[in-house]
Design a protein around this ligand. Sequence first.
Ligand SMILES: CC(=O)SCCNC(=O)CCNC(=O)[C@H](O)C(C)(C)COP(=O)(O)OP(=O)(O)OC[C@H]1O[C@@H](n2cnc3c(N)ncnc32)[C@H](O)[C@@H]1OP(=O)(O)O
Ligand SMILES: N[C@@H](CCO)C(=O)O
Length: 359
Amino acid sequence: MNLNYFDYKYSFPLESGESLPGFRLAYTTRGTLNSDQSNVVWVCHALTGNADAGDWWGGMVGPGKYYDPERKFIICANVIGSCYGSTGPLSVNPATGRAYHHDFPMITVRDMVAALDLLRQELGIEKIHACIGGSVGGEQALEWAILQPNLIENLVLIAASAIASPWCIAFNEAQRMAIEADPTWAEQRDDAGLAGMKAARAMAMISYRNYDTYGFTQALDNNEQLDGFKAAGYQRYQGEKLADRFNAFTYWVLSKVMDSHNVGRNRGSILNALGQVKARTLVVGIRSDLLFPPSEQQFLARHIPNAFYEEIDSLYGHDGFLIEFKPLTGIIRKWMASAASAAVVPTANSLLDSNQSVK
Ligand SMILES: CC(=O)SCCNC(=O)CCNC(=O)[C@H](O)C(C)(C)COP(=O)(O)OP(=O)(O)OC[C@H]1O[C@@H](n2cnc3c(N)ncnc32)[C@H](O)[C@@H]1OP(=O)(O)O
Ligand SMILES: N[C@@H](CCO)C(=O)O
């Protein structure tokens, strides 16, 4: 695996109307690029992921895995706004000589993709054989396929959506309220709001998992227990675990990225935007996903022109995309092996279909 940095040294306009005075992207590559560039796999990471797909997606990327560097040239970049080597709120703002902290501008999935595309151009890559992502990673892959319809040949969207649901935004706002409630949040230091972020992550875990996940993994120790429940310890542990590798500013900015996701923005409608995708598309839903429920992926599959829909079971809900390597590999392998077959999409209508306000 090679870890590299791409420095873009020009003003980078953002959807919000603000701009960044340039940016850095940390990215990794695995394998060797073919002479005809036919083996490019671009992996887009989710909320708290990093550029090393072989680390956080080890069951999908690596020697002997479906995305094997022996055959594929696999790229993954840490998105702008994050904290794993790319420009984000803890980076130094050249205008002040201090970290951006609260002043980091609002960014969107489209901004992330615009930055990824500048990296692609820098690398001289003219086509992407497969672009894949789960959750916010899937949103990036989808935006890219809309922004550049001839770039991506095969698009794999897992546990992703066309637009952030009010439910998802509500979860994120509750988490930001937890950060705001931390008295250190107003301070100009890298660890400001960290206790709030721990609480935020604990809230988020409830949306990433579900009733059964907790029931199976955090069952009571005995019938006599009054306190000290495993589920409570787990919530606290997950907050601590994230605090060891993340910060509240980045968490805040990326949760806002999730909220603003809407492929229909400035494109007339969501259906119009999805209709622009030319890539052969596989959409995968996770039956137990509470945060991005399968109805959202079914909606994508119904309205992306050449899309195929599959669903997997997982004890882990939304986080299943980070864990269920075997079914994901099986589905992707089968779909890639099939010729460009006729689109098979579910017929049931979802809330999104009937909600005219989002079309
Ligand atoms: C630099 C980096 O680390 S890059 C970041 C890598 N992560 C990403 O890219 C983001 C995506 N990854 C994730 O979100 C997660 O890692 C997932 C979803 C893949 C897996 O989640 P995990 O938290 O590892 O799994 P799970 O929910 O089973 O929790 C297991 C952990 O909780 C601990 N735990 C379980 N039950 C309890 C409990 N009752 N009380 C306290 N701790 C508990 C386990 O000991 C284990 O700890 P460990 O992670 O230190 O080994
Ligand atoms: N567990 C995932 C959830 C968001 O998809 C993450 O931390 O990135």
